[in-house]
Design a protein. Structure first.
Length: 105
């Protein structure tokens, strides 16, 4: 099956990307695509608002595109975007672990 692009994906073949936990043939026959997010909601290209009832599958429970979170991410990425934990470390990883232990996380 060769899925056809739609107005939201000009010049793209939907078969190039396999989506886990998705009925790919059905999805690609009638794609449900999101164009943006803010707070607890997504929007489609045609402006339809959709409640993100699963918080991006539990990874954005503080809400989408919150400025203070985006700013903190950008600040950290500008300082160091990744530090391996193989024979090395970064103080923030230890601070977070200590915080989580102290708060029953």
């Amino acid at each position: 099956m060769s899925a056809q692009p739609n107005a939201a994906l000009p010049n793209h073949d939907l078969d190039a990307f396999w989506m886990p936990f998705t009925a790919n043939r059905q999805f690609k026959a009638k794609p449900r695509l999101l164009s943006r997010a803010l707070g607890m909601h997504y929007w489609t290209n045609d402006g339809r608002e959709i409640l993100d009832a699963v918080a991006g599958l539990w990874c954005v429970n503080a809400g989408h595109t919150r400025k203070e979170i985006a700013d903190a991410i950008a600040q950290q990425a500008a300082t160091m975007d990744f530090a391996s934990t193989f024979q090395m470390g970064h103080p923030i990883a230890f601070e977070l672990a200590e915080f989580e232990l102290a708060n029953g996380e």
